[in-house]
Design a protein around this ligand. Structure first.
Ligand code: HEM
Length: 494
C-alpha cells in the first residue's frame, strides 16, 4: 500500500491515479478468490454450490467467525479461567441480540465487558434477586403454584406426555412470576411471552453472523436482520408494559420491599460512562431493562428445562435409578437427599445445557502451551471436560452412583476456587468471574421439580417410541427428539 501511494503522487489528475489502486485491489481480490476457489476444489469432491456463505468464504470472509483456540483439558481451563481471571473475563464482543441491535450501546450481564458495569448488573442478580431469603425463599409460593399446574397438566394428558412442552409452560410461568412479581402477568400473556421467547432462542444462534463485519452482514442477511429487529420489537411491546406495571405497583402500594427481579432493576444504579464525575451513577434505560428481562427469562427457563428433560429421559431408560430415587425422596420427607443430588450431578456432567464457554482476549497470552493472540477467542469445552475418559470411567454412561460416597465423583464441587484445580472434574456452570450466577436458583428448581415429579408419577417409555439421547446443539443443548413418556399417577403431591 505504501508503494502505491508513492506512485500515485506522481500522477496527480490522471484517470490512472483514481483507477490504479482500484485495479490493483480487484487484481488482489481476484487472486484471493482464485486461490480460495482452488483450495475449495482440491478439498471438495464435487463443484461447490454457490451460497452466500460459500461466496464469502471464497473472498476469505467468514461472517461471525473469530479465530478460536479450543481447550479440552480441565486443569488448563481452571488455570486460565480462575487463576488468570484478569485475562479471561471477557466474552466475545458483538454477541447477544440486545448488544447487536444497539451496536454495543445496550448491554446485558452475559455480553457486558468485564468492569464496573458488569459488577453492578451481576451483583444485583446474585445478591438481590437470588438472595437466599429476599429472593429464593420468597419465590416458594410461585414454585408451589408452578408445580401444581405442571402435575395437573401432565395428569390430564393422554398416553404420550410431551414432556418438554409441559415443563416449558410450568418453568416459564414460574420464572415470569419471579421476574415481575405477583399479579403483573396473567396466564394468557405468559403464554404469548413463552412462545415469543422460544422463537427468539430458536433464531438466536443464526444472529451470530452479525458479530463481525456488521454492516456487510446486514446487507447480505437482510431477512435475518429483519427477524432480529422483529424479535426485539416484540420483546419491547411485551415487556415494557409489564415493567411499567411493576413501577405502578410500587408507587400505589407504597411498597419499597424488593419482590421481583424487575423491582431490583428499577432500584439499580449503574456507572454512568457519560458523567463528568467518575463516581456518577444512572438508572437503567428501558432498552437495557428489556434486554435484562429477556436474558433472565431465557437463561432461567432454557437451561433448567433442558436439564430436567435429559434427566427424565435417563430415568425412563433406567427404571432402577428411578425407583431408587423415588424411594429416597419419599423416605427423606423433605430432608436432604444425597442420591437426588447425585442424579442431578450426573445429568449436569453428561448433558451440560451449555456445552462450552468463550473468552475474548484483550492481549496476547499463552493457554496451556498454546500462544493465543489478542482479539481472538478461547473456547473451553465443558462437554468434553465432563466426559473426559482420563477422569471418568465409562463417561458416556449415566451412573449417578459416581457421586455417592466412595464414587470417583465424591466431593466434586460446582463452584471452582483457585486452590481446587486438582479436583476439577466438571464445570457445567463455567468457572472464574463469569461463572453462572444462577447456579443456586437452578439447582434448587431442578431438585424441587425432579423430586416432586418422580413421586407424583411413574415414568415409562411409550410403546414403539424409543427414547433417543441424540443431542441438538442449538443455543442450549437439548434432546434432538423431544421426550415423550407414558406416566402413571401416584400419590398426590403434598
Ligand atoms: C442448569 C442450569 C444452568 C446451567 C447449566 C448454566 C450454565 C451457565 C454457563 C456455563 C454460563 C457461562 C459461565 C462462564 O462463562 O464461565 C452461564 C452464565 C450465565 N448464566 Fe447460567 N446456567 C444455568 C442456569 C441459569 C439460571 C437459572 C440463570 C438465571 C437467570 C442463569 C443466568 C446466567 C447469566 C446471567 C450468565 C452470565 C454471567 C456473566 O457473564 O457474568 N443461568 N450459565
Amino acid at each position: 500500500m505504501k508503494r502505491m501511494s508513492t506512485q500515485s503522487s506522481n500522477m496527480q489528475g490522471s484517470i490512472l491515479h483514481v483507477t490504479s489502486p482500484l485495479v490493483l485491489s480487484i487484481a488482489t481480490l481476484s487472486i484471493a478468490v482464485l486461490c480460495n476457489l482452488v483450495r475449495h476444489l482440491i478439498n471438495a469432491s464435487t463443484w461447490p454450490s454457490i451460497t452466500k456463505e460459500s461466496f464469502l468464504r471464497l473472498l476469505g470472509i467468514r461472517l461471525g467467525d473469530i479465530p478460536t483456540t479450543v481447550i479440552l483439558d480441565s486443569a488448563v481451563a481452571v488455570d486460565a479461567l480462575v487463576r488468570r481471571a484478569d485475562d479471561f473475563s471477557d466474552r466475545p464482543p458483538g454477541g447477544g441480540a440486545t448488544a447487536i441491535i444497539s451496536n454495543g450501546k445496550l448491554q446485558i450481564i452475559t455480553t457486558v465487558p468485564y468492569g464496573p458495569h458488569w459488577v453492578a448488573l451481576r451483583r444485583n442478580l446474585s445478591s438481590e434477586a437470588f438472595h437466599p431469603v429476599r429472593g429464593l425463599a420468597r419465590a416458594a409460593p410461585h414454585r408451589a403454584r408452578a408445580l401444581a399446574g405442571l402435575v395437573d397438566d401432565i395428569a390430564t394428558r393422554s398416553a404420550a406426555v410431551p414432556v418438554r412442552e409441559c415443563l416449558y409452560a410450568a418453568l416459564f410461568a414460574l420464572n415470569a412470576a419471579t421476574c415481575f412479581g405477583d399479579g403483573v402477568v396473567d396466564g394468557e400473556r405468559v403464554e404469548a411471552m413463552r412462545a415469543a421467547q422460544q422463537e427468539f432462542f430458536r433464531l438466536l444462534p443464526s444472529f451470530s453472523v452479525f458479530a463481525t463485519f456488521r454492516k456487510v452482514a446486514r446487507l447480505l442477511y437482510r431477512d435475518r436482520w429483519k427477524q432480529l429487529v422483529h424479535c426485539r420489537r416484540r420483546q419491547e411491546e411485551m415487556y415494557l408494559p409489564l415493567i411499567r406495571a411493576c413501577q405502578e405497583r410500587r408507587s400505589t402500594a407504597r411498597c419499597t420491599t424488593t419482590v421481583s427481579y424487575v423491582d431490583t432493576l428499577l432500584d439499580l444504579e449503574v456507572p454512568d460512562e457519560e458523567a463528568t464525575n467518575p463516581q456518577g451513577r444512572r438508572k437503567l434505560s428501558d432498552g437495557e431493562m428489556v434486554g435484562l428481562v429477556s436474558e433472565y427469562l431465557g437463561a432461567s427457563t432454557g437451561t433448567v428445562l433442558a436439564l430436567l428433560e435429559w434427566t427424565l429421559a435417563n430415568l425412563v431408560l433406567r427404571p432402577d435409578i428411578q425407583r431408587r430415587l423415588r424411594g429416597e425422596v419419599e423416605a427423606a420427607a423433605g430432608e436432604a437427599c444425597a442420591y437426588l443430588r447425585a442424579v442431578v450431578m450426573e445429568s449436569l456432567r453428561r448433558h451440560p445445557p451449555i456445552p462450552s464457554v468463550q473468552r475474548h482476549m484483550r492481549r496476547d497470552v499463552v493457554v496451556g502451551s498454546t500462544p493465543v493472540t489478542r482479539g481472538t477467542l478461547v473456547n473451553f469445552s465443558l462437554e468434553e471436560i465432563g466426559r473426559d475418559d482420563k477422569i471418568w470411567t465409562s463417561p458416556e454412561e449415566f451412573i449417578p452412583d459416581r457421586f455417592m460416597p466412595g464414587g470417583e465423583g465424591e466431593g466434586v464441587r460446582l463452584t471452582i476456587g483457585s486452590k481446587e484445580a486438582a479436583k476439577v472434574m466438571m464445570m457445567p456452570f463455567g468457572a472464574g468471574r463469569r461463572i453462572c450466577p444462577g447456579m443456586g436458583y437452578a439447582i434448587l428448581h431442578i431438585e424441587f421439580f425432579l423430586a416432586n415429579l418422580v413421586t407424583a408419577f411413574e415414568w415409562h417409555q411409550v410403546k414403539g417410541q424409543a427414547v433417543d439421547l441424540k443431542p441438538h446443539h442449538g443455543f442450549f443443548t437439548t434432546m434432538s427428539n423431544p421426550l415423550h413418556a407414558r406416566v402413571v399417577r401416584r400419590a398426590p403431591v403434598s
